[in-house]
Ligand binder design. Structure first.
Ligand code: ADP
Ligand code: ADP
Length: 226
């Protein structure tokens, strides 16, 4: 687990446009924070700078005790879950979840234990031998989450993970993500443009507009107080 600290983060694209404009935000160790705002407000850019897929123009990004301003995902042990899942179609659910463990040549016994634990947490035990083509959208999403869990990442980053699902599945997956985060206690940054997700999922909500952080607070503070 890791705290994430952003100090005056700016992202300027080639034409001088500021996609992220002087954002400062402290995310506590184990906190579940939602980044919400309309399309184009800079949510994905901010997430990509946290995960190390994008250089920071100025400011400081600190993850745990480490300053990580350069684009370099290998510097940090973070797990990103995308809306399009990025599963391997030729591999079973078991092997899709096991993939990061195989990459670091973990012993077979550990792989079995970790994958089974993640599958049980995500209600995938019955489906371990199936392939992604034979799964529902919600099940595929859970496989992608399983892969993030077995990596024992310091933080989870979600980029609109539910936007390809229908309304009923979205509701189920919201419950599941909240349960998983509570069980594991892993620091989570979750990007969405969906107000319901923002209000029901996280500990706190950060509202972005045109690259500027406008408000940070609990759902109660942001939406219910006069
Ligand atoms: P969001 O995730 O909130 O929809 P993005 O972070 O994707 O917003 O984009 C923020 C702004 O930065 C948008 O105006 C977008 O067009 C612009 N942008 C994103 N990526 C690039 C890029 N590689 N080059 C230039 N502009 C970009
Ligand atoms: P999102 O759903 O995250 O808002 P977008 O459709 O805005 O995604 O962007 C998809 C990809 O295109 C991103 O990698 C982003 O960096 C890039 N992009 C977005 N806007 C621009 C832009 N104006 N110029 C160049 N690349 C862009």
């Amino acid at each position: 687990m890791a705290a994430i600290t952003m100090r005056n983060i700016v992202k300027r694209y080639g034409d001088g446009f500021h996609a992220v404009d002087n954002v400062s935000l402290d995310i506590a160790d184990g906190e579940f924070i939602i980044l919400v705002g309309p399309s184009g407000c800079g949510k994905s850019t901010l997430l990509r700078m946290i995960v190390g897929l994008e250089d920071i123009t100025s400011g400081d990004m600190i993850i745990g005790d480490t300053r990580v301003n350069k684009k370099a995902p290998r510097d940090r042990n973070l797990a990103m879950v995308f809306q399009n899942y990025a599963l391997y179609p030729h591999l079973t659910v078991f092997e899709n979840i096991a993939f990061p463990l195989r990459l670091r040549k973990a012993p077979e016994e550990e792989i079995r234990e970790q994958v089974n634990n993640a599958a049980s947490l995500l209600q995938l035990t019955e489906h371990l031998e199936r392939r992604p083509a034979n799964l529902s959208g919600g099940q595929r999403q859970r496989v992608a989450m399983g892969r993030a869990i077995v990596r024992k990442a310091d933080a989870f980053l979600f980029d609109e993970p539910l936007s390809n699902l229908d309304a009923k599945l979205r509701g189920q997956m919201r419950t599941e993500i909240a349960r998983m985060q509570r069980r594991l206690g892993t620091t989570t940054v979750y990007v969405t443009h969906d107000q319901t997700e923002a209000m029901t999922l996280g500990d706190r909500i950060a509202v972005l507009r045109k690259g500027v952080l406008q408000q940070v607070g609990t759902a109660h503070q942001l939406y219910e107080e006069p």
